[in-house]
Design a protein around this ligand. Sequence first.
Ligand code: CS2
Length: 496
Amino acid sequence: MNMKKTIQINQANLREIGNTIPVPNYNRTSKKIGIVHIGVGGFHRAHQAYYLHQLKQQDKASGWNICGIGLREPDSNLHDIFKKQDHLYTLLVKHPDGKIEPEVIGSIIDFEMGTTNQEAVIARMANIDTKIVSLTITEGGYNFNATTGDFNFENSNIQHELKNPNEPITVYGFLTAALKRRRENGLPAFTVLSCDNIEHNGNMMRKMLLAFAEAQDAALAKWIAQKVSFPNSMVDRITPMTTKADIETLAQTYNVKDEWPVTCEPFIQWVIEDNFSNGRPELEKVGVQFVPDVGPYEKMKLRLLNAGHSVLGLLGIIHGHPTINACMEDETFVTYLRAFMDKEATPILGNIKGIDLDNYKDTLLQRFANPNIKDSVHRICMESSAKLPKFLIATIHENLATGGSIKFATLVIAAWCYYSDKGMDSHGNAIEIVDAMSTELYQAAKQTETNPLAFIRQESIFGNLIENERFTKLYTEAIQKIYTDANIKKHMLDIL
Ligand code: CS2
């Protein structure tokens, strides 16, 4: 085997790495941080951190450095790797024609763990230089009750934080502790910028944070309501999970030793409401769109892209397709996806100013088909209990209200039930289910054979769908079909 010498990615080696791949051209010695970001997953690193990196490449004086924050124990892995790598990492942009564009990203300059160093995180957010606290805490991180839409005070971490304001655990405990300190120190509030796949993500965060703050300190809640802005935003870039093969490719082809690079597709989009309480970077210089109302863009993306992913993911995992692009090589899946998009998602979107929906859908199909991305269906199916209410079930509810088609989405819900119940594909291969509600999902799904509607009785996910006869009839038929014969493609063809 060719044992080439690899260069460890870090600040000291940047010049040498720069001979092979692009590296930051800006000074990274400033310790000034303008953005504190909670939830530094692959997505943040391929998206927001990349935008900021591009801005800094253009405007070397830009002070907008990022400090990452981890609030979950597993984040300590990235924290430790980042420490060795001076918070540098490689982004590998994978094109459909096989071309890979690697680039070293330098916009993150620090990382703190909220699990072990609460004070450092609060101090960082309360620092005068911090203008924005941005979030990718996933759909599940917002802690709302899906039935009522209200803040979930039953969460034990929330109860702990309310009793012990100096021992924050969740995003809510940290944000209020930091905002309290800023208020006491006479500093302006920061903007809270939500970057999760939730419709009206900023409004949602505002509602949840105010509910929490109100229960903790009513005067603080009032100050937050007046001073903190919560712009809504739509974020987009397909970012699969990093694999061992990605790490090896980087070492073999580019001689770079990076323990946690990120891979992504070429497409990138960020649409934000221009509502920042304490200043913002000039992101429009690098292609970010600032609009007065992001609602239609968010809805379009969630109900077409994210829902489309779930349609392919849940049907694909049962069929045995490993990746989204493998689904897209299967004509039945492509036709089914397009039919779902055209007949169920598009009618509820209406006209979106400046957007050609047909063109948007065509582009989505091309993005999903990118053979280089290899986005696993497993990633897509993870945390479906938090995703589907926003991506797919909302569409079913809306189509039920207007008399629109629901058959394509209904089969997907039945497939989700089968997947939660059996934990295997149609060939009997085991599937690992990763979901905060996996136990509840399994408990409900396993009753299906005796009680076909058991799964959709879970109100926190499905709301009152169980009461709708048109839905329950179609759903029961779909369940009978799948449980009689798990050949999902046959049932997809039946519907088409
Ligand atoms: C995916 C998203 O998690 C999912 O199910 O649909 O991660 C999707 O890839 C991103 O939102 C793309 O912007």
